[in-house]
Design a protein around this ligand. Structure first.
Ligand code: NDP
Length: 263
């Protein structure tokens, strides 16, 4: 039996084990998917091989150390230095990123998106920013602290931190911070969030499974919004295809994975 896991801290909230196990069961794929609470990211590779894993997902805050741990990184992940999916290929650790395409899938219903504000500057923000730029969109990034913003400036985004924030009109604002995940924090001070929400057409949050304080404010203002569930589905389908080496039908994976959300 093949073993997969998700590495993260926190990881108890993750729906990935439920999603992947349901697909494996429904499609008679001989595998199980566990969760691994990982404090020290530098141990990721050692633990991956000691658990005899065939593959894994990586979540907050280890996606950048996962990139460093890989023997080889493929596709879009190489461009951004952020890995959320790992595969054991004959004892070599191969890294991929399925988050950005998962997010694009999730916002298909939002129309005429040209200018986007990303709140946050972590791994998810990098993936989305790079992918949006590839689609020809204008991307601004707002983060709590300054030190992670250099990457975004270099790839052509306008960068701001809380002290240098200035308002603009956006088609879409996305929260990619972990504010609201395990607490009730907004991703920026309330005055800034209010200003941002007063001039955007759509709102999205990468966090799933709860109405974050950020989404709650969007809801109060009647702005169309979505949480991270469809992004989760999108990235999960792509990761499952990698885990099962394209032996299962994508439509079936998608069908059962979305069915697992209502379990
Ligand atoms: P990282 O740890 O790489 O980045 C976290 C970011 O959040 C940093 O920019 C950090 O700012 C900011 N941040 C953390 N706490 C606060 C706070 N209290 N107020 C303001 N900013 C804060 O995380 P990831 O990019 O890996 O993940 C981010 C979120 O996206 C998580 O909640 C994760 O669950 C979610 N996610 C969901 C997915 C889905 O499928 N739906 C897929 C991927 C991620 P600073 O630089 O100042 O520290």
């Amino acid at each position: 039996m093949k073993i997969f896991t998700i590495f993260g801290n926190p990881v108890s909230h993750s729906k990935s084990p439920l999603m992947h196990n349901y697909v494996f069961k429904k499609l008679n794929y001989d595998a199980t998917y566990t969760r691994t609470h990982l404090e020290d990211g530098s141990k990721l590779k050692e633990i991956f091989f000691s658990q005899k894993l065939s593959g894994a997902n990586v979540t907050v805050p280890h996606k950048e150390v996962a990139f460093e741990a890989c023997d080889e990184v493929r596709g879009f992940a190489k461009k951004i230095g952020v890995v959320n999916t790992l595969i054991n290929e004959n004892g070599r650790l191969i890294g991929y990123n399925t988050d950005a395409d998962g997010f694009l899938f999730s916002i298909e219903e939002f129309k005429d998106i040209k200018k986007i504000l990303i709140i946050g500057a972590g791994g998810t923000a990098k993936a989305l920013a790079q992918r949006f730029l590839e689609e020809g969109l204008t991307v601004d990034v707002l983060n709590r602290s300054e030190n992670r913003l250099g990457y975004f400036k270099d790839i052509g985004c306008k960068i701001m931190h809380w002290d240098t924030f200035s308002s603009s009109k956006y088609d879409l604002v996305v929260n990619t911070t972990s504010a609201g995940l395990k607490d009730e924090n907004l991703p920026a001070p309330k005055e800034i969030i209010q200003t941002i929400l007063n001039s955007t057409n759509y709102v999205a949050d990468a966090i799933y499974g709860k109405l974050t304080p950020f989404l709650m404010l969007a809801k109060e203002k009647n702005i169309p919004f979505k949480d991270g569930s469809d992004m989760l589905l999108g990235q999960g389908v792509l990761a499952n295809e990698l885990f099962t080496k394209n032996t299962l039908s994508k439509e079936d994976i998608k069908k059962y994975m979305s069915e697992s959300f209502s379990l």
